[in-house]
Design a protein around this ligand. Structure first.
Ligand code: SF4
Ligand code: SF4
Length: 195
């Protein structure tokens, strides 16, 4: 199946990231976490939980409220249009920069991409900045997203971009969310410690 960026409509380009993460199901794109935080904040504040929480063993209730407050203040500032259209950390990510420089939509168009390898992008340069190192970043994304990104790229190869986009939109409309596939490993924390 021949895959080309030109096959993807402008308005659909934020749906899938160059590495294969489904941005359409990402909370930073959908903003559902902010809405949930606002509701919880309203309920806790309304119930003056800071007053009675410690009696029930919720000693850290003030810290939790401050965290919610900080998160809620991010509303609007954090909303991501999708990686390919300039969202997230795409400006410093080696994968996004590489894919765009080659005129692709995703890595699946690249002859060096190997979905069967633990390092699907072979260009690991052991850079002190893991995000800017495309091979390392791909390896980290595969771990963090339990290879869901690779699964998405495989589907693109099998069915073509437009059929994939249609199916992905339906999947998100049915309730699938990207956070459901994220690993519990501290992938980025570990990488930053190695710096
Ligand atoms: S910034 Fe890089 S790792 Fe993150 S979604 Fe975009 S291509 Fe993938
Ligand atoms: S070299 Fe790596 S990051 Fe660049 S397009 Fe190919 S697989 Fe993707």
């Amino acid at each position: 199946m021949s895959l080309k960026l030109e096959d993807v409509k402008e308005e659909d380009r934020g749906i899938l990231a160059p590495c294969g993460i489904l941005c359409a199901g990402c909370d930073t794109h959908l903003g559902e976490g902010i809405e949930a935080a606002k509701k919880l904040y309203e309920i806790w504040k309304g119930g003056n939980i800071e007053d009675i929480g410690p009696l029930f063993g919720y000693k850290e209730i003030s810290v939790a409220l401050k965290t919610l407050e900080k998160f809620i203040q991010m509303e609007g500032k954090q909303q991501c249009p999708g990686c390919f259209v300039g969202g997230g950390p795409s400006k410093i990510c080696g994968i996004a920069q590489c894919v765009k420089s080659k005129g692709y939509w995703t890595c699946v168009e690249c002859e060096d991409y190997n979905p069967n390898s633990e390092t699907p992008c072979p260009y690991i340069n052991h850079s002190p900045m893991p995000m800017s190192d495309k091979g390392t970043m791909m390896e980290m994304i595969c771990r963090r997203y339990n290879k869901d990104n690779i699964k998405n790229l495989k589907l693109c190869r099998e069915m073509g971009y437009n059929k994939f986009i249609k199916q992905a939109k339906e999947k998100v409309a049915d309730g699938w969310r990207t956070w459901q596939v994220i690993s519990k490993d501290k992938v980025f924390t570990e990488a930053m410690k190695k710096k």
